[in-house]
Write a protein that binds this ligand. Sequence first.
Ligand SMILES: *[C@@H]1O[C@H](CO)[C@@H](O)[C@H](O)[C@H]1NC(C)=O
Ligand SMILES: *[C@@H]1O[C@H](CO)[C@@H](O)[C@H](O)[C@H]1NC(C)=O
Ligand SMILES: *[C@@H]1O[C@H](CO)[C@@H](O)[C@H](O)[C@H]1NC(C)=O
Length: 345
Amino acid sequence: MSSSLSSSLPLKFAFLFSLSLAGASSASLFPKKKLSIENPNTNNISPSPSAPAPINNPKAATVSDLLSLLGPTQQHSLNPQVAQQLFSCFKFLVPYNLQTTRRSLTTTTKLSLPRKEEDIDDLILSPPPPVLELARLALDSGADPAAIHRALDPTIITVPDVEGSNEDRCQLTRTPYGRLFIDEVLNSYLQFLFEIIVERGPSVGLNVSLSRYDLFHGHLFLAKDSGRLGILFHAKEYPAYDKEVFPYNMGYCQVGSNVTYDDSMNLRNILWLAPLPSNSTKAWLSPGVLVVLDARPDGIIYQDLIPEYVNFARTLYEEDFGEVVFDVNYLNVGSEVPKFQIFIC
Ligand SMILES: *[C@@H]1O[C@H](CO)[C@@H](O)[C@H](O)[C@H]1NC(C)=O
Ligand SMILES: *[C@@H]1O[C@H](CO)[C@@H](O)[C@H](O)[C@H]1NC(C)=O
Ligand SMILES: *[C@@H]1O[C@H](CO)[C@@H](O)[C@H](O)[C@H]1NC(C)=O
């Protein structure tokens, strides 16, 4: 394992690693200065690497602006222009609906597809009670990750081989073992989220598949300001090495990738937010959200929210969204026949 640090790390770190190696003089994992990756799609008006960061060029938007825009309208005080620009980068997978008065479905443990389209919408806008309870727990605990951890079954499940990952010496998950929620509905709901992203992604131009190179994980977080529960999914995790379009070596997990680096990389960050509970009453202030965050180079998400050193990978950092509780993985652990299973790591 020691021969490739990047093999077991997610995309962002693999990037930092390979870039800092390429940078030769800086072997740091966290290079402070701008790296020499030029994006052909942006105007190269940034200062030379040795120049200090511009101080008169404040970012107009932050991740917490993005989150508040998806919260109760009366609670944000964003510049309307910034709000409008952020909104133009939202590609909703479920119609964004500020009416919280949706009917609540009678829930069964099985949330698996196929379902009626409007049922899917309702399951996002107004999730089953165990999901709502978790969202309220997040807020009531003061966004304490330990409270969410206590909802997990202590049983440890070893992550088995995933689509030949062992042979490639690729460890996909943060730890070689995972856990599950005690409440089966929560596990089914995670599964449902992955499947809906795959099913509805094409409607916004995101063709994604559940595979160890593409969509297999998300990061569950508790938003700092609001205590809101959310998951930032990362699709297109290991694009195939390509001399021309993607000349980055990302270690063992990239070997054999069939993910092409193209414009759909702009759509690799997908955000789910649980409904936001009121902190004083039993009411719900905003419905659930499932949205693709478009990081096209001429948009505000790319320009203000994606750190420059990973702009080629279009990675939004989960740490910017809040306190990260754990990763949720949906892995194909079948051999002949695909068999997907949740691992919380
Ligand atoms: C996604 O896949 C569909 C069906 O395979 C194809 O028609 C479409 O062009 C693809 N879209 C993108 C953006 O690649
Ligand atoms: C890549 O492989 C996965 C798993 O076999 C498959 O589901 C997916 O459609 C493939 N993607 C492309 C772009 O060929
Ligand atoms: C409840 O939420 C409101 C609005 O976000 C906030 O101003 C207030 O400080 C919160 N109260 C508590 C007790 O957290």
